[in-house]
Design a protein around this ligand. Structure first.
Ligand code: CA2
Length: 154
């Protein structure tokens, strides 16, 4: 069974650590990637880490993950609140999906309170800073492990 996990990041997250540290902290996206790779190694997961400002790139990575991965951690950034296309792509996946937001979106502007992605996510993490990514990987490892056990038992 696959142990590949895609960690996908939406628009402007390439600016992490370089602007608005009061909201998003001081860690850069490269730091987040290193954290994910370290945690992934501890959990026996192979990490495919990507960021794009283009919606179609994120959709293409979801399609790729659908063919070869065991799960997705996704911070769709602003596409969270706008993209039916990303929701449709995620709906075609049969593995667990964890939605991550660095900030607590529910404490921010009302337009950030609705997420298209949450309806297809196994779980949502918001407001834990960049630590949310490693928490999401820990949960995903548990869910993937459980799926593996069920498959073996049946
Ligand atoms: O809290 C999150 O992780 C968000 O997904 C971040 C998105 C925002 O649109 C969502 O509502 C919540 C924005 C990502 C932009 O990241 C920046 C980082 C540093 C400087 C500027 C933007």
């Amino acid at each position: 069974m696959s142990r590949i996990v895609y960690v996908l990041n939406g628009p402007n997250l390439n600016l992490l650590g370089k602007r608005q540290p009061a909201i998003y902290g001081y860690e850069t996206l490269a730091d987040v990637e290193a954290d994910c790779r370290r945690t992934g190694a501890e959990l026996g997961l192979e990490i495919e880490f990507h960021q794009s400002n283009a919606e179609f790139m994120i959709i293409d990575w979801i399609h790729e993950a659908r063919e070869r991965a065991a799960g997705i951690v996704i911070n769709p950034a602003a596409f969270t609140h706008t993209s039916v296309a990303i929701l449709d792509a995620l709906n075609a996946c049969e593995f667990p999906i964890i939605e991550v937001h660095i900030s607590n979106v529910h404490r921010r502007e009302p337009f950030r309170h609705h997420s298209y992605v949450s309806s297809v996510a196994s779980g949502v993490i918001a407001g834990f800073g960049t630590q949310g990514y490693t928490l999401a990987l820990q949960r995903l490892a548990r869910l993937i492990g459980e799926a593996g056990k069920t498959a073996q038992a049946s």
